[in-house]
Design a protein. Structure first.
Lengths: 171, 171, 171, 171, 171, 171
């Protein structure tokens, strides 16, 4: 399996906020946005491994700028790191008010997917080779995020998380 | 504002997995489940504070057992801790195959909401008093989860997170 | 097949009224509510018989208090009586305005379902044993409702409906 | 307000059964059909009174022939009787398999609507003058159906329902 | 295969404009209307040939009178001409404001469908015999519209389009 | 109003074909695709003029390669020509099967939008300056397409359409 770059799995999704996507404040509901992000991220993971994928986990997401009814939602997703059978996808979201020519960062997130073979068992995925500085920085952070996921999922003890421990020991 | 208990914000939601909720494997898409969890959690937060709420953040979620087409989705949400103007909600999800009488844990998560006043500014929420052992354990863990959210959101330095540091320093 | 109680088929569903669920008055459309009630009732029937079910009939429903946009819809369903291959489900619906802490009865109804075997033929369902006073009263009324359904469906002559005739002959 | 005929409120609706409208048997869910019937009936009532309307009640519906995935749903609705501020609408539903050229009666029902003035209070509606034999027969049955609705809604005592009592007293 | 008339494939569809169907002006979005027109036209084509059909092309559509939120959409479709394996369907759309008793022409269009056999290959369809003056006029224009489709689809040279050339050569 | 380039209004939309988007063959319905194309094109037009827009017309579309259930739909839209108050948008659509790494052209189309001022009257839009060879070719063809729209909409006589007449007079 040949090495692939983040660019090769890059996906752009554009949606418009319709009435049924909003809460009583006329803002995009968080859950609707997570639904779109899941689809964008699944497509990026599918482009990387050329196999069916399933969502394995979603990292902490914080919603900063609400996106208003009638505004445009821009979602960009691309692979941030490939592990053996799983892939971490980095997603960035912007809102845009076309009339006022105002585009604003809404949030970003990491979703993890597993590739499946025809028997629905995990199968290997191609390695990822980051190219830009930004991609390399995000690639490097993936081990730390993965340890956090394992600890939060009860599959690793905090004291074994070398990458994370380093963070907390800074003086 | 009187103290409230988790029981007072307890919400039960039941959904059925329809074709459009599934991926090509016939399993419930992760994004659709996060959408339902967001609504259930927002209702629990709204019941606690009796005011409009917006999703502020979602903690790490891992999807363990996929829920199949035609199965039932059970979602339970109740307040796990109230802060000044924000509320952490604990959500548990089960799948159920009615024909085979098989009910299985799918996943659990913490969503955080902010209460808004009529000018859309954050407003105070009632304090929460946990009652059961389970509620107390989850209440106690909320400070640690909150520090993690602040660090992941870039609003706290890891070395200032006393609750979290304790975790990593165990020998 | 062992006897079951109404409690064993009890289902709670919670929905929020979104813009597309409302008519021009901003009230939940009757048809959307009947759609949700059908799903809740089908789940209760499925829990009782552990088999696929189909809607056979719906009794007279009257809509008293309209449920407003943004309000919460609470739907509770549980078995009211089991016949040979069919099940009557009792459904109660409340609306709730979380901000004003106001919960109001919206309506109630009886839906009837038939259990199907793998060849899509009706199959026997477990008997129902009501427990509470309320459940017993509703259980007892089921014969009368069933005669009414048979008359309205053209499958029984009014003069043969002993249960119903008693009602009209009171002096 | 001039008298109107049933023909003037006649509405035809045609839908196709898509995957998300079906249960696990691939048949149209009863709740989805009641949703479409509610919209068709509301349009017929709106055409009769030229004012906003709300669903007041739905009479007993029995589902006889299931409608299959991919089949066509034909819904016809027209006024069956006008009362002071309320209107009874008669709805007939057929399924059709275009490939096999097979059209079958699915069910029929009566929905009742109330006309509203700009303050959301009930307002008078035009009288209805049935024309065909079929319309006259259905018009005549409306009093009996109305007594039944009032009894089932707890607003009339069975012994006061002269129209219905006559039915049960036949020897 | 016996000859059929346009009347035999006549389909009437009625929809109501709900919030999610509208743009920020509260008008029905063009794309939603084209979606409904496609379904109505596919049903008319399916009625004519009694076989599965797929959309082959859509002719120029212009949207004249916008249809408002809460208004009724009336769509009528019937066959305008049958070719060997394809069918042209003529669609007319009206909006209606029930309260103001105002019905207005919205637009009209021609969609073309191909009939498929069980192997998904094009199969012959019955010939069409127009009856009314209007149907004959539309039938006659079909050749001109077809040449235009072929030219626009790059399958015919403008100079070979005899029917169209006649139009441009009028003095 | 400054001149703008096609690149400035370029929009990329990515969707996945879900069960409810498909016909009985498991292919994306034409009407659903036209709905997505309308949204993508409206966003491109809105980006160009920074004002609300409404769909004025859609040119002939032919559907060549059906897009399958589970495949990805790529839609690209950008301005092809600006007139006084209207804008023509060019849309290209591809399907992609991620597992088989197969991407195929599905169709292309031109949608025309009108920009509206706050009183819903047409308002001027910025001029468009094409940059690439492809953009220039498409820009040049816009006059011909516009004459065709005017003729098809009954607003121009064929004999006055100089651009189109030239096409048919080639020897």
């Amino acid at each position: 399996m040949g090495v692939k770059t983040p660019k090769e799995s890059h996906i752009v999704m554009t949606e418009i906020v319709l009435p049924n996507d909003t809460n009583v404040h006329g803002n995009l509901m968080g859950g609707r946005l997570m639904y779109w992000m899941d689809i964008a991220a699944a497509l990026a993971a599918g482009k990387h491994c050329n196999a069916p994928v399933v969502t394995a986990s979603v990292d902490n997401i914080s919603f900063e700028s609400p996106i208003k009814l009638g505004n445009v939602v821009h979602i960009e997703a691309k692979l941030s790191r490939a592990f053996n059978t799983s892939m971490e996808v980095h997603i960035r979201v912007w809102g845009e008010d076309l009339t006022h020519q105002y585009k604003y960062k809404s949030n970003e997130a990491y979703y993890t997917f597993v590739a499946l073979d025809p028997n629905r068992k995990p199968r290997p995925v191609p390695p990822l080779q980051p190219e830009t500085e930004d991609e390399k920085r995000i690639f490097d952070g993936a081990l730390r995020r993965r340890q956090l996921r394992l600890i939060l999922g009860g599959k690793m003890k905090p004291e074994d998380a070398e990458e994370l421990k380093a963070l907390f020991k800074k003086e």
